[in-house]
Design a protein around this ligand. Structure first.
Ligand code: ADP
Ligand code: DP6
Length: 329
């Protein structure tokens, strides 16, 4: 029996990943840049055992159906192949984040699975190798290997596509992200399906791709110069451009709801009133607000006039993936 346990935190992209060049290997069309957060995370234990005749996957103490288990099995196959191991496994995962609601459970979930499975089989991967492995489960997971800011460098192959830390001199500790959870139900169109439909059919997709390199450059410069307004402006612009592509897809779709629009408008109003803050959104209706830590209470109070306290969750920069235990018996 070989077991490993890992904890990985979610990350939210400031410069979005949206579209794949290679579906099977999950090589993206563009680089992306994220902030790992402390409020949401996944803890996963993987136990490979001679006694099992198939993989079993428990999420939040519930045995998962064959479809969800197959996703996990396919990922474990990659790890088994690397370790030259043919044992089946029991996977027990706890999401301290709503699953599939646009709050990045796939990022923390697949990073934790990669960390736990590779630790169980004694793979001793470097951060870049672990990032490459996590990427095969879910693209955004490759960034959750690191704390603070991470850049997923798209590369051109399985070997060259992985995330790296973005040097920041602790700038992330000055930042907060306020989650406005307008709906934590599972979304209709997963990120995976949404981005594929957009790449294949959206008339705006080329426009998206053309501006990413400049946006990424601006974000990295803003981080290096600790320029909050510049980082916020480019974060908001990247999200709006990404969401713009979905409107021109065929069939068209949007992740926005009326409440998302309300939250975005409030951010603009608070900004006009003199407090710098900026929004971003992912593949779901929830809005995330980037604000300086010194102003977080003011922004939270302004949002609390329109949203219930349990809809507002404050997060700060989170740590890198942690291997919590490993055991050979
Ligand atoms: P989200 O916005 O939550 O990342 P996605 O639709 O992108 O939503 O991804 C959700 C999918 O990620 C789930 O349906 C599941 O397949 C996978 N996932 C989420 N949490 C875990 C976990 N803890 N372990 C393994 N897979 C997970
Ligand atoms: C909008 O990483 O969930 O959150 O690679 O298909 O698993 P797959 O997609 P996923 O997509 C994340 C998309 C996003 C933007 C981002 O996190 O960069």
């Amino acid at each position: 029996m070989f077991s490993g346990k890992a904890r990985a935190y979610t990350n939210i992209a400031l410069i979005k990943y949206w579209g794949k060049e290679n579906q099977e290997l999950i090589i993206p069309m563009n680089n992306s840049l994220s902030l790992t957060l402390d409020a949401f995370y996944t803890e996963t234990t993987v136990i490979f055992s001679e006694e099992l005749t198939e993989d079993r996957f428990y999420l939040d103490n519930q045995l998962q159906d064959p479809k969800a288990t197959l996703n996990v099995s396919r990922f474990l196959d990659l790890v088994r192949q690397k370790a030259d191991c043919s044992l089946y496994a029991t996977v027990k995962s706890q999401n301290f984040v709503p699953t599939a609601a646009g709050l990045a459970s796939s990022a923390s979930g697949l990073a934790a699975l990669a960390g736990a499975a590779s630790a169980a089989l004694n793979l001793a991967l470097s951060p870049a190798e672990l990032s490459r492995l996590a990427r095969r489960g879910s693209g955004s997971a490759c960034r959750s290997i690191y704390g603070g800011f991470a850049e997923w460098q798209k590369g051109t192959s399985d070997e060259t596509s992985y995330a790296v830390e973005v040097p920041s001199n602790g700038f992330e500790d000055e930042l907060s992200m306020l989650f406005v959870v307008v709906n934590d139900a599972q979304k209709d169109i997963s990120s995976r399906d949404g981005m594929q439909r957009t790449v294949e059919t959206s008339a705006f997709y080329d426009g998206w791709l053309q501006t990413v390199p400049q946006d990424l450059q601006k974000a990295k410069q803003a981080i290096a110069e600790r320029n909050f307004a510049a980082l916020g402006e480019v974060t908001e612009a990247s999200a709006l451009k990404m969401h713009g592509t979905t409107l021109a897809a065929n069939p068209p779709f949007t992740y926005w709801s009326a409440e998302s629009m309300l939250a975005m408008n409030l951010v603009r109003q608070i900004r006009t009133a003199g407090i710098p803050c900026y929004f971003t959104m992912d593949a779901g209706p929830n809005v995330k607000i980037l604000v300086e830590r010194k102003n977080e209470a003011m922004v939270q109070a302004a949002l609390a006039e329109h949203f219930a306290p349990q809809q507002l969750i404050l997060a700060h920069a989170g740590p890198k993936i942690e291997i919590l235990s490993k055991e050979d018996a």
